[in-house]
Design a protein around this ligand. Structure first.
Ligand SMILES: Nc1nc2c(c(=O)[nH]1)N[C@H]1C(S)=C(S)[C@@H](COP(=O)(O)OP(=O)(O)OC[C@H]3O[C@@H](n4cnc5c(=O)[nH]c(N)nc54)[C@H](O)[C@@H]3O)O[C@H]1N2
Ligand SMILES: Nc1nc2c(c(=O)[nH]1)N[C@H]1C(S)=C(S)[C@@H](COP(=O)(O)OP(=O)(O)OC[C@H]3O[C@@H](n4cnc5c(=O)[nH]c(N)nc54)[C@H](O)[C@@H]3O)O[C@H]1N2
Ligand SMILES: [Mo]
Length: 683
C-alpha cells in the first residue's frame, strides 16, 4: 500500500479567508491540498489557486540553494553557493555599508508572501537592532484602516458570519467571487432566506455577475454616492433618531453638509442614474438588517480614506449596527488582541530613530533619496519589481550597480532577477506558524508537513542565523517558538479567553469569543468620544476635513490638462487565478488566466478602431504596457480594467501593469492609488 497521510495546515496567503487546509502527503511529497470540512469558515472548500500549491512547491522555478549573481543585474543568471558563503557575504557587504554610510543606508523590504505572524515579522527585530531604515508597510490596507479608525476607533467589525441573517447585503468595492470566496456560502444562506445582494463597483466583476443589483459608479466617487444616500435617508426620515442620538457624534453638522448632495448632483459625479440612487437609499432605509461588506477597492483611490470613512458612517444613520444580521465589516484583525511586540521587537530600536521609507515609493527611495542613499536592500516575502507602483523607477533603482540586493524567495520571481544574493525560502508546508485573519475570527496553528525542499530556510531561521552572524546576543533572538507564541497570547483579552498555547496546538483552530450575531459596538465605539464620529476632531487636527466630503480624483483635479492626453481611467484589481504575483508563474494557472488583458468599453474601442482580441498599447507619462483588448460592456465608458498582477517578465519589454500606476499617496494612511491611473489606449 502506498504510504499516504493527511495533515492539517493553514493557507499562508494574503487573503481575508485564511483557510484551514487538509494536506495529503504521499511518500514525503505533497500530493493534494483541500479545504478542511471541520472548519466552520473554510467549510471544506478552497480556491483554485491553493489547489495548485503542490505544483508551486515542486515548481522548476523553486529556489533550492543560496545563489550568487553571475550575469548582469536583471538577467537572472546565478551560481549556487553555500549558506555559509551567502551569510558571510551579506555580513561583509552590510558591514561595509554601515561603516561608510551608517545603517540607514540599508532598507528591508517585505510584505505579504506569508501571513504567519512569526515568519511575516521575523526580519523586523533584526533590522531594528541593526538600525536600518524602517519600511512603512502601506501597500495594501493602511488607507482603509486610517479612514475606519477615525470613524470607528479601532479595526473591529461585525463578524462576517452574521450576514447570514441579513435581508440586504451590499458588497462594496470588493470582488468577493475572486478575492474572498468564503463569503459566498454566507450570502447564499441569506439569499435563501430572501436577502437581496447589491454590488457597488465601477465594473461588472465576477461578483457583480451574481448580484441582484449592480451599481456601476465612476471610480473614486463612493463618498459622493454615500452622501447622496444619506441625503435621501434624512430627507425621507428613514433614519434611526434614537440610535443617532445615543451612539453618534456630530450628526447636526453632517446633516447641514448633506444639503450639498442631492441626487441630481450625486448622479453627475458618480455616473449612477438618479433613480438607482433613490432605489438604493429606499432599500437601505427600509431593510430590516442591512449588512455591508466593505472591500479595499475604494481605498486605492486618492480619496480612499475618506470613502471608507463615509461608508462606515452609513449603518449608524439607520441603526444597523445593533440589528441582528446588520452592520458592516472591513477587517477583523483587531479582535485577536495579540502582543505584536513579541514578534516585531520594536524595543530593539533602543534610542535609535531611523528614518521611515514608504514602500510604495521604493522607486524614489532607490533613485532619488539621499543622505544616505540606499545601498543595501533586503527583500523577503515580497516581489517589489512587480507589485510596487511606478515599476519603471523601481527597476531603474534595482539596476543600480552600487546597490547590494539580497532576496529571500521560494520561486524565481522578477525581483530575484535583480538580486546579488538569493536565499531559498521554505513554503508554509515546510515551516510552523501561527495565523490570525483579517476577515474571520479564528486563530490557527500550523506545523510543517514535509521537510524543507532543497536547502530552504524559513524567514525565522534566516533571521536567527543572521542575528548570530552579526553577533546580536539580545535575549530576543534566543526565544523559542513556544515562547514567542506565549508572548503573543500574553495580554488578557475577553475575545481570547481560554485560548492558550496548548489548546491552540491541540485544536489547530480556535474561534475567538466573538458573538456571532452580536454588536461589537454595544458598549460604544473606540473613538475619543466613545461614539461613531460623523465629525472627527482628530481628522481636523491632522489637517483633514472633519466631516465626510467628496473630493474629485487627484490625478484629474490637480492637472485637468492631463485628461486631454490620457482620457481613460485605468483600474488594476486582482486577477481571479493569481494572488498578487504568487501563482502567476505556474503553467496550470496561466492556462486559466490566459493572457494579460484590458477590458475596454465599445464606445472607447470604436473611435480607436480597436477590435476584440487585438493587442493594444496602454500608456501614460510613466510607462507603456501591451495588453489584449477585451471589448465589452462589462466596464463603463471611460474606464479600462486590467486584472492583475501578471509577471512583468511575461509582458512586452518586461513592463508590468505597475509601469502605469503612480507613487501618489491616498488622502490618509500613506497607501497607494492602484485603481486610478489616467492612460491612453492605442491599437
Ligand atoms: N484571486 C485573488 N484573491 C485575492 C488577491 C488576488 O490577488 N487575487 N489579493 C488578496 C489581497 S492582498 C487583498 S488586499 C484582497 C483585495 O481584495 P478586495 O478587497 O476585493 O479589493 P480589490 O480587489 O483591490 O478591489 C475590489 C473591487 O473594488 C473595485 N474598485 C476599484 N475602485 C473602486 C472605487 O473607487 N469604488 C468602488 N466601489 N469600487 C472600486 C474594483 O473594481 C474591484 O472589483 O484580495 C485578496 N484576495
Ligand atoms: N497594480 C496593482 N498592484 C498591486 C495591487 C493591485 O491591486 N494592483 N495589490 C497590492 C496589494 S493589495 C498587495 S497586498 C501587494 C502584495 O505584494 P507582495 O506581498 O509582494 O505579494 P506577492 O506578489 O504575492 O509576492 C509575495 C512573494 O513572497 C514569496 N513568499 C511566500 N511565502 C514566503 C516566505 O515564507 N518567505 C519568503 N522569503 N518568501 C515567501 C512568494 O513566493 C512571492 O513571490 O501588491 C500590491 N500591488
Ligand atoms: Mo493586499
Amino acid at each position: 500500500m502506498m504510504d499516504e497521510q493527511k495533515y492539517l495546515s493553514v493557507c499562508p496567503h494574503d487573503c481575508p479567508d485564511c483557510c484551514s487546509l487538509v494536506v495529503t502527503v504521499k511518500e514525503k511529497r505533497v500530493a493534494a491540498v483541500d479545504g478542511n470540512p471541520e472548519h466552520p469558515y473554510t467549510r471544506g472548500f478552497i480556491c483554485g489557486k491553493m489547489r495548485s500549491l503542490p505544483e508551486r512547491i515542486y515548481s522548476p522555478l523553486r529556489i533550492k540553494t543560496p545563489l550568487r549573481r553571475t550575469g548582469k543585474k536583471g538577467e537572472g543568471a546565478f551560481q549556487p553557493i553555500s549558506w555559509e558563503e551567502a551569510l558571510d557575504e551579506i555580513f561583509e557587504r552590510f558591514s561595509g555599508i554601515i561603516r561608510r554610510s551608517g545603517a540607514e543606508a540599508i532598507l528591508p523590504f517585505s510584505y505579504g508572501g506569508t501571513m504567519g505572524l512569526i515568519n511575516r515579522n521575523a526580519g523586523h527585530p533584526f533590522f531594528h537592532r541593526l538600525g536600518a531604515s524602517r519600511l512603512m508597510r502601506t501597500i495594501c490596507s493602511t488607507t482603509a484602516e486610517a479612514g475606519w479608525d477615525y470613524t470607528i476607533g479601532r479595526g473591529i467589525s461585525h463578524d462576517a458570519e452574521s450576514m447570514t441573517d441579513s435581508d440586504l447585503i451590499i458588497l462594496w468595492g470588493i470582488n468577493t467571487a475572486s478575492t474572498n470566496v468564503h463569503i459566498l456560502p454566507l450570502i447564499k444562506e441569506a439569499r435563501h432566506k430572501g436577502a437581496t445582494l447589491i454590488v457597488i463597483d465601477p465594473y461588472r466583476n465576477r461578483t457583480a455577475k451574481i448580484a441582484d443589483i449592480h451599481i456601476r459608479l465612476k471610480p473614486g466617487t463612493d463618498t459622493a454616492l454615500t452622501l447622496g444616500i444619506m441625503h435621501l435617508l434624512t430627507r425621507n426620515q428613514w433614519i434611526d433618531k434614537d440610535y443617532i442620538n445615543k451612539w453618534t457624534y456630530g450628526f447636526d453638522q453632517l446633516e447641514k453638509k448633506l444639503g450639498q448632495y442631492p441626487p441630481e448632483r450625486v448622479s453627475k459625479i458618480t455616473g449612477v442614474p438618479e433613480e438607482h440612487i433613490e432605489d438604493l437609499a429606499q432599500r437601505y432605509g427600509h431593510a430590516r438588517a442591512p449588512f455591508i461588506r466593505l472591500g479595499m477597492g475604494m481605498s486605492r483611490q486618492s480619496g480612499g480614506g475618506m470613502a471608507i470613512r463615509t461608508v462606515a458612517c452609513l449603518p449608524a444613520i439607520v441603526g444597523a449596527f445593533e440589528k441582528r444580521g446588520g452592520g458592516i465589516t472591513l477587517m477583523t484583525g483587531s479582535f485577536f488582541e495579540l502582543n505584536m511586540e513579541a514578534v516585531v521587537g520594536e524595543s530593539l530600536l533602543g534610542d535609535k530613530k531611523p528614518r521611515m521609507i514608504n514602500m510604495i515609493s521604493l522607486g524614489h527611495a532607490l533613485t532619488v533619496l539621499d543622505d544616505p542613499p540606499v545601498q543595501g536592500l533586503f527583500v523577503y516575502h515580497s516581489n517589489p519589481a512587480a507589485v510596487v507602483p511606478n515599476q519603471g523607477l523601481v527597476v531603474k533603482g534595482l539596476m543600480r550597480e552600487d546597490l547590494f540586493t539580497v532576496v529571500h524567495e521560494q520561486l524565481h520571481t522578477d525581483t530575484v532577477d535583480y538580486a546579488d544574493i538569493v536565499l531559498p525560502a521554505t513554503t508554509s508546508l515546510e515551516h510552523a506558524d501561527i495565523y490570525k485573519s483579517y476577515g474571520q475570527c479564528y486563530l490557527q496553528w500550523a506545523e510543517p508537513v514535509i521537510p524543507p525542499v532543497g536547502q530552504a530556510k524559513s524567514n525565522r531561521e534566516l533571521f536567527t542565523l543572521l542575528a548570530g552572524r552579526f553577533g546580536f546576543d539580545d535575549p530576543f533572538f534566543r526565544k523559542s517558538q513556544d515562547q514567542i507564541i506565549e508572548d503573543l497570547l500574553s495580554p488578557a483579552s475577553l475575545f481570547r479567553e481560554g485560548i492558550d498555547l496548548q489548546t491552540l496546538k491541540q485544536k489547530r483552530f480556535v474561534r475567538l469569543n466573538v458573538e456571532r450575531f452580536g454588536n461589537p459596538f454595544r458598549n460604544g465605539f473606540f473613538t475619543p468620544s466613545g461614539k461613531l464620529e460623523f465629525y472627527s476632531e482628530r481628522m481636523k487636527q491632522d489637517g483633514l476635513p472633519p466631516l465626510p466630503e467628496y473630493t474629485p480624483p487627484a490625478e484629474v483635479s490637480e492637472e485637468p490638462e492631463r485628461l486631454k492626453r490620457y482620457p481613460l481611467t485605468l483600474m488594476t484589481p486582482p486577477a481571479h487565478n493569481f494572488l498578487n504575483t504568487t501563482f502567476s508563474s505556474l503553467p496550470s494557472v496561466l492556462a486559466l488566466e490566459k493572457r494579460p488583458t484590458l477590458l475596454i468599453h465599445p464606445s472607447d474601442a470604436l473611435p480607436r478602431e480597436i477590435q476584440n482580441g487585438e493587442e493594444v498599447r496602454v500608456f501614460n507619462d510613466r510607462g507603456e504596457c501591451r495588453l489584449t483588448a477585451l471589448v465589452s460592456e462589462e466596464t463603463q465608458a471611460g474606464v479600462v480594467v486590467a486584472e492583475s498582477i501578471w509577471r512583468p517578465k511575461d509582458m512586452h519589454n518586461r513592463c508590468g501593469i505597475n509601469c502605469l500606476t503612480s507613487e501618489r499617496e491616498a488622502d490618509m494612511g500613506h497607501g497607494p492609488t492602484f485603481h486610478f491611473s489616467l492612460v491612453q489606449v492605442e491599437k
